[in-house]
Design a protein. Sequence first.
Length: 241
Amino acid sequence: MNMLKRILFLLVVALMTGSSLLAQVTTAVLTGDVKSNNKEALVGATVVATHMPSGTKYTTITRSGGQYTIQNMRVGGPYAIEVSFVGHQAEKFENIFLQLGDPFVLNAELLSTAAALQNVVVGGRRNSILNAGRTGAVTNVGTRQINQLPTFSRSINEITRATPQANGASIGGGNYRQNNFTVDGSDFNNSFGIGSNLPAGGAPISLDALDEISINITPFDIRQSGFIGSAVNAVTRSGTN
């Protein structure tokens, strides 16, 4: 007797649980398949369902076999549904009403049409800014500027300040050891007095002997190599008879 009561109790609980689960469904479902007029399944077709009173749109694409499913849709309607696929004529459905807990099956058959894609013409032109003649940002300091610039130590470090990116021997925020100093094309990286830890405490060549100084901020000319900083090139004055 007790066993029978337990069985009846379990049956009542199961029925009540099922009823509560059904009561939780508050949305509708739209499903179906999309095929061409040749009865071929269209995979990747777009299905857009618009709830006309609120303007809510539900969008999906067809799966393998041309099937689609849109869940959690608002109950009622009317709905306007559009099915489209590349190379086929779109099909529209109007005044579709969805019911609670009852999937609405809507199948679509799209008519195949010849789709002609427009030609794509790609054109190119030479950029006048980027060319072989440009080597980067360069500041040139001539003889007149060298003579007019106020200096305290008569060092080339004070001349490099003529470029906005330089702060003494540090150019472009880099370490001075990364720069390349040349005089008449010869490297003088270990001869200029640009730091207390270098051999010289001053410039071995007087500024009065220099004709022009160029400060190239991180040049990208492949002819200038062997360093990762800036290039400072000084040219001495030519002699006269």
